[in-house]
Design a binder for this molecule. Structure first.
Ligand SMILES: [Zn+2]
Length: 170
């Protein structure tokens, strides 16, 4: 499936014309790879997304995964673990300590494995849909002009269009 987003703010015709495949980008993200080239690493640490791809220099810092990765991790791991606990309980009626010693470590490992994959998938989705400045460098300007959704910009910044450091920090 190819998602083509018409973006009147794109700065070059190439940027407007370049389609981004949603499923390819999400799959690359799930593999901890850059959604653009598929070969560069998405993470510089366990859950720290690199500012830019080391291979193709695609900027990745625009992502806003926020708390969606933990939400989906808990949702998926919870259904798998609770289903397993109930199935084992029904089949074998083990002692509670056996259940706990089996499922607690498994829950921890499953969550640690799922979390970066789900986060990578969501970063790939945001990149493919050109969300949060992934599509156009001019999108970054929304934060400065206050015309982006949900942006709260101090009046001094909004009127001048330039962020100014507070004088007491210098
Ligand atoms: Zn790349």
């Amino acid at each position: 499936m190819t998602i083509r987003i018409e973006d009147s703010n794109a700065s070059t015709p190439e940027m407007r014309a370049a389609p981004r495949n949603l499923w390819t980008a999400m799959l690359r993200g799930a593999k901890h790879r850059c959604p653009n080239c598929g070969s560069g690493q998405m993470y510089e640490r366990y859950l720290k997304v690199a500012d830019r791809c080391g291979t193709c220099s695609e900027e990745l810092h625009h992502h806003r995964a926020d708390d969606a990765p933990p939400y989906f991790t808990i949702f998926i791991a919870g259904h798998l673990i609770v289903g397993g606990v109930l199935a084992v309980e029904q089949a074998f009626h083990p002692e509670p300590w056996i259940q706990a010693s089996l499922w607690l470590p498994l829950t921890l490992v499953l969550c640690l494995l799922l979390l970066p994959r789900i986060k990578g998938t969501l970063v790939g989705l945001q990149w493919a849909l050109r969300m949060h400045g992934f599509g156009d460098p001019a999108d970054d300007g929304h934060a400065l002009t206050g015309d982006g959704p949900g942006q709260v910009v101090p009046p001094a910044v909004a009127s001048h269009g330039v962020r100014q450091a507070p004088s007491n920090l210098s």
